[in-house]
Ligand binder design. Structure first.
Ligand code: AMP
Length: 289
């Protein structure tokens, strides 16, 4: 088993990736902000299965956090992440610092209009400019053939797919299913902020999404009645929950579906809920034929 290499400089990573490409290797890339959990690991495993070389980036990108958000306190543990990557036989960790990523005069930003301003983008204005810009930079640095993203961040998947299509980026984007705790809570680095009690209560999110999905599949026409049922569950089971949004949309433009009975295709039910200490997002995606 060869040692993982930790690369901190963009230029060095580019040279390595270029060499690997010229050697005929298929490169898989998993962008992360670290504090790895089994959700991240599932992406890494998929990349290992499908590619010759796997690069994982560990970088907490400041530009995707709003001013009053948790950039400073976002959980970080590079040593534990290194061991997790080692366990999965990751080949390279790209771990730049902010100066390396955003030299002195960084001015170019990627704005994907329309879809970036809905749902998460409405609550977190500018968030997807930060995401799209850093992801495109990371793509240019790691030069992968395939990159892996989690369905947990449904809107991020949509934004990145749009970016790749609109700007002719020659990378295949794969979406991997959401990995959950036994009680249904989606794994997230930010779950570390939750107390045991909050974690137990947060099971209500997936419960409400599952009930929402079954109501749609049973043939309810009006999405508002689905949303109402879902809100009731969350309010009953999570004390002081602030529901920021629950939405029933398509999975490409994130347009609200007004009449479910007239709609055929993929339905995305997504939500964001603020509990006492943290903000949780989750979703279910399913076909309605
Ligand atoms: P993050 O470190 O939170 O930026 O996440 C890095 C990647 O891991 C993103 O593509 C996320 O969607 C994905 N991810 C995070 N949590 C999960 C999860 N519970 N299941 C599957 N993928 C996840």
């Amino acid at each position: 088993m060869s040692e993982i290499k930790i690369i901190k400089e963009a230029k060095a990573m580019q040279e390595i990736s270029e060499f690997l490409r010229l050697s005929g290797k298929k490169i898989g890339f998993v962008p992360t902000m670290g504090y790895l959990h089994s959700g991240h690991i599932s992406l890494i495993k998929k990349a290992k299965e499908e590619c010759d070389i796997v690069i994982v980036s560990i970088y907490v990108n400041p530009t995707q956090f709003l001013k009053d958000e948790d950039f400073e306190t976002y959980p970080r543990d590079f040593d534990a992440d290194y061991l997790s990557c080692k366990n999965e036989n990751v080949d390279y960790i790209f771990n730049p610092d902010n100066i390396e990523m955003y030299k002195r005069n960084h001015m170019t930003n990627i704005m994907i209009s329309n879809i970036s301003n809905k749902l998460e983008g409405e609550i977190r204005p500018g968030h997807f400019i930060g995401v799209a810009t850093v992801v495109l930079k990371l793509f240019n640095i790691t030069k992968p053939h395939v990159s892996y993203f989690g369905q947990k961040d449904a809107q991020q998947c949509i934004v990145i797919k749009r970016l790749v299509e609109d700007l002719n980026v020659d990378i295949k984007i794969e979406t991997c299913e959401t990995i959950r705790e036994d009680n249904g809570l989606a794994k997230s680095s930010r779950n570390v902020y939750l107390s045991e009690n909050e974690k137990n209560n947060a099971a209500a999110l997936f419960k409400s999404l599952s009930i929402g999905k079954s109501l749609v599949l049973q043939g309810i026409n009006d999405p508002d009645s689905v949303i109402l049922e879902m809100s009731k569950i969350i309010k009953e089971e999570i004390p002081n929950a602030e529901i920021q949004y629950i939405s029933v949309t398509d999975n490409e433009l994130l347009n609200n579906i007004d009449e479910l009975n007239n709609y055929k295709g993929e339905v995305l039910i997504s939500l964001a809920v603020k509990t006492e200490k943290t903000r949780l997002i989750d979703n279910v995606l399913f076909s309605k034929n």
